[in-house]
Unconditional design. Sequence first.
Lengths: 283, 283
Amino acid sequence: MADDVNVTGMVESDPTIALTDRGLAYGDGLFETVLLRDGVARLWDEHCERLSQGAQRLGFEAPSRAWLDALPGKAPAGEHVLKITLTRGSGGRGYRPPLPAEPRCYWQFIPFTPMPERWVQGITVRLCRLRLACQPVLAGIKHLNRLENVLARQEWQDDTIAEGILLNDRDQLIEATAMNLAWHDQGRWWTPALTECGVEGTLRRALIERGHLSVADHAPLSRLLNSQSACLFNSVQGLWPIVMCHDADGHDTPGQWRIDEAVRCLQREAHTLLGHPPVLSTS
Amino acid sequence: MADDVNVTGMVESDPTIALTDRGLAYGDGLFETVLLRDGVARLWDEHCERLSQGAQRLGFEAPSRAWLDALPGKAPAGEHVLKITLTRGSGGRGYRPPLPAEPRCYWQFIPFTPMPERWVQGITVRLCRLRLACQPVLAGIKHLNRLENVLARQEWQDDTIAEGILLNDRDQLIEATAMNLAWHDQGRWWTPALTECGVEGTLRRALIERGHLSVADHAPLSRLLNSQSACLFNSVQGLWPIVMCHDADGHDTPGQWRIDEAVRCLQREAHTLLGHPPVLSTS
C-alpha cells in the first residue's frame, strides 16, 4: 500500500459530501465496516488489504496504511462499527474518471450491539428470488454498487427471518445479503467461490487462511440443503448457525441443520478472531 | 406519478448531501441528464417517465410531476444539462431500506456545448473489453450503480476515440458507455433490446415510439460489423454517425460505415426532438 497518497477531502465528523462526488454519481468507490472494541479494530489487516485491493481494481489509490491506522483510535469507548467510505472523488467527464483522481475517504462510528441469541439458538433464513449477476471485474471487492443487495433485502419484512441466501444467475450458491455462507459436509466446512459475484468477507478470508474453510466452486443449492450444518458469518456479527430455511414463497425447504460440535468449533474460531465471547454447546 | 409525495431534503444549489444517504452508501437511487435550452427541457415527458419507472422498480416514490416541472425553469439562459439525482434518502438498517423511505432529490445545472463536428463527420469508436453483466431486475433504468460504465470508459485515454461499444457477457450488442447504439440493415434502423442490461435512453424511447427504430433481440457483434451504417445517440449529444471501429487492442475491425441518407434521416428526426440543428448531407 502506498504511503504517499494524497487523500483530499478527508472528512472527520463532517456529515456531508459533495454532490459532485463520483461515489454518489456512479457508486464509484468502496466501503469497509470494521468491528471496534474501545477503539481497537478487529481483522484490521484484512480490512485494509481488501480496501487496497478494491481501489487497485477500480484504478485509484487507497489511503496509506499509516493514514488508515489513525482511524480506529478516534472511536468512543465501547463496541462500534467503523464505516469507511472511499470514493474516487469528484471530477472527470461523465463516466470518464479524472486522471489523476483525488480520492476522498469518509468515516463514521456507528454504535453496535451484537445479537447473542442468534449465536446460541441460530437463525431462520430464506432463499432470495433475486439472482446475482456474474461480473468478474467487480466480484469480491466491497464496492458501492449494492443495489442487488438492497433489492434482495427488500424481498422480506418478516423479522423472524434473519437473512436471505443469494444464488447467482446460474443457480449457484454465493452468499447472504450481508454475510458469507458456509456449510459442513464430507467432514469439512465449505464456502462458495466468489470469482463471479459476491463480496469476499474479511472473516471469510481469515478463516480460509487459517485452514478452517474450503472453497467450493459452482456449488448448487442442493449442496446446502443436503448438508448437516450450515452458518452465516461476517466480521461484525460473528457466526450465526442456520437452523431453518424458507423458499422465496415462505414455504419450508427440505434442509435440516443441526447446531452441532462442527458449528460450535467454527464459531469459536470466528469469535476468537472478533473478540466475541465463545458460545457453549447447549445440546 | 404521485402528486403528494413528500420529498424531503430537497437541495437547491446546495452542493452537499448527507454522508448517510443511501445514494452514496449503496448507489440506491436514480439519475437523469436532461438537455435544457433557456430553461426549456427536451424529451421532458420521457425523462420524468423513466425516473418514475425507475423509482417504482427500486421500491420508493419519485417526486410528483408538478414538483419536477418546476426544475427546468430555474436554469440560467443558454444550453445546460439538468442533472437530477433521486435517492432513497437515509435510514434503514444496512441494506434493508427504511419503510417508508424519505427520498431526496438533488439537481445541478451543468453548462453544455454540443460537438457539431461529430454530427457532421462522425466518430471512431472501440469495442470495450468489459462485458456487461445480465441483471434483468436493474436493466433499462438509469440507476446509480454505474461502475461497469466507469470501468469501460476507463479502458481508453485516446481522445480520437469518441465512445466504446459494450457487449453483454453472452457477446450480444447492448449500447455504448453513455449512449445507445443503432445500425441500419435490411432497410431499417435497429437498436439492441435492453431487457437484460443497459440503459433505455429517452431519445431511444422517443425514436422507437415514432417508428424510426426497431428493437433487435440477441444481436451478435456481426450484426453491427456487417451493417451499412451505424450510429450512437443520446438525449444530450444528439446523433453521432459511426465511421470506424477499433477492437480492444486498437486494431481496426472489418466494419465500414457510410454517412448516408439513412443516417442523415435518423439524425434529422433525433435533432428535431432535441432542438439541435439539422445536419446537411456532405457527400
